[in-house]
Design a protein around this ligand. Structure first.
Ligand SMILES: Nc1ncnc2c1ncn2[C@@H]1O[C@H](COP(=O)(O)OP(=O)(O)OP(=O)(O)O)[C@@H](O)[C@H]1O
Length: 254
C-alpha cells in the first residue's frame, strides 16, 4: 500500500462534503479526481494534504497514518500541493518565489542567518541550485528574473508547480492546474505533468478538462455529492453509466 484513504469523510455542519471515500493513489502514475462542481474534490484534497481534519476515516502514506499531521509535517514527508488560485508573491521575481520552496529541507535558524554561519551560506547555495533545477524542469529559466506580475498566466501556473517541486516531493497534488488558460497552454502544461510522472513523481490532480484527463490519466476517481461513484482507467470511466448521468448537462465538456 502506497497512499490511500479509508472511509474518509468530512462534514461541514449538516453537509457531508466527502463521504466514506476509499481511494488508492498509484505510485509513479497520474491519478485524477473528477466530478461536477461542489462534488467534494477540493475538500478531499484538503483532507489528504492536512488542511482539514477528517470527521472520520483515515489517510495512509507508506503505512503511516497522516491525517492528524500538520500540513508542514505532511510536506516534510514528501507530499506537495498547488492550489486552484496561485498564491505567489506577485512583486517578487520568479526565482525568488521558487527559492522559498527548498527552505523546507534546510535547517538554518535565525541565529545562523544573523551570524551568516557556514551552514547558512551552504544552505543558501543549495536553495539556489534547487531553484535553478526546478526552473529548468518546468521550462521557466527564461523568465527567472522577471517579476511575477509581468509573466503570463500559464507561466504563473508553472511557477506554482516549480515551487512545489522545490520541496523535493514524491507525490504532487495539483488542484486544477490548467484552470483559466487557453487550449495551447493547457497542452503545454499537460506535457509538463506527464514528464513529471515519467521522472517518477506520483501525480494526483483535480481537473475539469475531461479531454485532457482522458488522454493523460492512468487512473480516475469520480466524486458526486461527496461520494465515490466510479474508479478506474479512462476507458472504463468513459462508458460508466453513473458517471455519464452525473455529468449530463454538466460542465465537463472542455
Ligand atoms: N469550509 C467549508 N465550509 C462549509 N462548506 C464547505 C466548505 N468547503 C466546502 N464546502 C462545501 O462542501 C461541498 C464540496 O465542496 P468542494 O469545494 O470540495 O467541491 P469541489 O468538487 O472542489 O467543487 P469545485 O469543482 O466547484 O471546486 C460544497 O457543497 C461546498 O459548498
Amino acid at each position: 500500500m502506497y497512499f490511500e484513504t479509508r472511509e474518509l469523510s468530512k462534514e461541514f455542519g449538516g453537509l457531508t462534503a466527502v463521504k466514506e471515500v476509499d481511494f488508492a493513489i498509484e505510485k509513479g502514475k497520474i491519478n485524477a479526481i473528477i466530478g461536477p462542481n461542489g462534488a467534494g474534490k477540493s475538500t478531499f484534497f484538503n483532507l489528504i494534504t492536512g488542511l482539514h481534519r477528517p470527521s472520520s476515516g483515515e489517510v495512509f502514506f507508506k503505512d503511516q497514518e497522516i491525517s492528524h499531521l500538520s500540513s508542514n509535517k505532511i510536506a516534510e514527508l514528501g507530499i506537495a500541493r498547488t492550489f486552484q488560485t496561485t498564491n505567489l508573491f506577485e512583486r517578487a521575481t520568479v526565482f525568488d518565489n521558487v527559492i522559498v520552496g527548498h527552505r523546507l529541507r534546510t535547517k538554518t535558524n535565525l541565529l545562523d542567518a544573523i551570524l551568516r554561519t557556514k551552514r547558512c551560506k551552504q544552505e543558501e547555495e543549495q536553495c539556489k541550485e534547487k531553484a535553478w533545477e526546478v526552473l529548468q524542469a518546468t521550462g521557466l529559466t527564461h523568465v527567472a528574473t522577471k517579476i511575477v506580475t509581468n509573466i503570463s498566466q500559464e507561466e504563473k501556473k508553472r511557477v506554482a508547480i516549480a515551487l512545489a517541486l522545490a520541496t523535493d516531493p514524491e507525490v504532487l497534488f495539483l488542484d486544477e492546474p490548467t484552470a483559466g488558460i487557453n487550449p495551447d497552454e493547457t497542452n503545454g502544461l499537460a506535457g509538463l505533468i506527464t514528464e513529471l510522472a515519467q521522472m517518477g513523481i506520483t501525480i494526483c490532480l483535480i481537473e475539469h478538462k475531461m479531454k485532457m484527463i482522458m488522454q493523460m490519466a492512468d487512473k480516475i476517481m469520480v466524486l458526486n455529492y461527496g461520494e465515490k461513484i466510479a474508479e478506474g482507467a479512462p476507458e472504463e470511466i468513459n462508458k460508466n453509466e453513473e458517471v455519464i448521468r452525473a455529468y449530463l448537462g454538466g460542465e465537463a465538456s472542455a
